[in-house]
Design a protein around this ligand. Structure first.
Ligand SMILES: Nc1ncnc2c1ncn2[C@@H]1O[C@H](COP(=O)(O)OP(=O)(O)OP(=O)(O)O)[C@@H](O)[C@H]1O
Ligand SMILES: [Mg+2]
Length: 373
């Protein structure tokens, strides 16, 4: 074993030409049976150099280990100490899979869609859940990953707070089903009272498990509810997966052009197309005054941001009390046909159709049907 540590220590940082050992970056190399894990410090590394270093480590270790048995975790000095106990306590194998070593597609899944927001509390999870149901209402098979470690709310929104995911014969995690949607969530692996001890550098690996160690079966679309924000953590979560498109949710009040630009730049960096912006909590129509629109959080901001970013404004979702009530009660709005035709229902339906078009799901669906007609 010591020779693996020495060999990894000789990997060079292309930024400086010095080895990991020389720069004191190697924290530990741990071999357990056929698996090996490398922990190193990535302080000050540019993303492209970090990727190259990890690639070199993988290439080296693949001489002795299979790809699935190699884990490379990067830490910054400030997270190193907290991150270790988290790895031990979690049920998930934190950091599993090759982070940043080439993008992989999720087998059996036609399209992957990421739902993001620059700020928290704008309704990202509400939109993710109801968009999934709108897809289902269009006849698609849908999966949902709740990757929001700081506020994993999907189990609550789908009325499955106490569900416990099981493993199948192939040791894959079986997703939970609710309202015809298959989903998995960080919330199912941590107790609600637990402090959130996870740290950014590990999350890319955990999302990798949600993508590749979950038995998704055949899906038309897999939606990922990302943590709010556009930082390093979100980037590390999505950089190793082939994501076909991203949506950004804002409210008229929360939208800031600079944040939106950062979000678009983040997705550009990992070559994920941003399909457009969604405005949530756009306006309120009182039931007893159906001709009135109250712009409670302001008006026009998201439209303006979309214009400046040259992105489409895909939907404007109004405020409705039953949308909030449905979320609180674990009965999502779009699962209840009696809301058909209401403004929120129409907005989600419109958004799902725009996504089906943008992701090319329509063509494939047509092709599929044309075999029968
Ligand atoms: N259009 C809407 N009409 C009424 N209530 C809404 C609407 N959109 C979201 N809400 C409510 O706003 C609150 C925040 O929504 P949600 O949890 O989906 O936001 P989020 O962006 O996922 O938040 P976080 O950043 O905490 O993950 C919830 O109580 C939700 O029910
Ligand atoms: Mg949320």
């Amino acid at each position: 074993m010591p020779e693996w540590k020495n060999m990894v220590g000789q990997v060079k940082n292309p930024q400086t030409g010095k080895t990991l050992d020389e720069e004191g970056r190697l924290i530990k190399v741990e071999q357990i049976d056929a698996s090996i894990a490398v922990h190193y410090k990535r302080d000050g590394l540019a993303l492209e150099h970090k990727k190259l270093i990890e690639q070199s480590i993988y290439e080296l270790l693949e001489k002795g280990f299979s790809e699935d048995d190699i884990t490379v975790l990067s830490f910054t000095s400030e997270t190193t100490e907290q991150a270790r106990p988290a790895a031990a306590q979690a049920q998930l194998k934190a950091g599993h899979g090759p982070i940043g070593a080439g993008k992989k597609r999720v087998p059996g899944v036609r399209k992957v869609l990421a739902v993001s927001s620059c700020k928290g509390g704008v309704g990202k999870s509400t939109v993710a859940v109801n968009l999934c149901l709108a897809f289902k209402n269009q006849g698609l098979k849908v999966g949902l990953i709740d990757a929001d470690i700081y506020g994993p709310s999907i189990p609550m929104l789908l009325g499955k707070r106490d569900a416990q995911p099981a493993a199948n014969d192939q040791k894959k995690i079986v997703p939970i089903e609710a309202y015809g949607i298959h989903f998995i969530s960080f919330g199912l692996f941590i107790k609600e009272s637990d402090p959130v001890i996870w740290r950014g550098p590990m999350l890319g690996g955990v999302l990798n498990q949600f993508l590749f160690d979950v038995d998704w079966g055949e899906l038309d679309v897999l939606v990922i509810d990302l943590p709010p924000g556009t930082g390093d953590m979100q980037l590390s979560m999505i950089q190793s997966t082939e994501v076909d498109g991203a949506l950004t949710i804002s409210t008229p009040q929360s939208v800031a052009l600079l944040d939106s630009k950062k979000g678009v730049a983040m997705f550009n960096q990992v070559k994920i197309p941003v399909l457009g912006l969604v405005e949530n909590m756009s306006y309120f129509i009182p039931d007893d005054q159906p001709d009135k629109r109250y712009h409670i959080f302001g008006e026009g901001g998201v439209e303006q941001a979309a214009k400046e970013l040259a992105l489409p404004l895909l939907a404007q979702i109004p405020l409705e009390i039953p949308l909030r009530e449905g979320s609180d009660n674990g009965v999502p709005y779009m699962s209840n046909n009696s809301f058909e035709g209401r403004p929120v229902w129409n907005a989600f339906s419109q958004l799902s159709l725009a996504m089906i078009e943008a992701l090319g799901l329509k063509e494939q669906k047509k092709g599929f049907l044309s075999r029968f007609f």
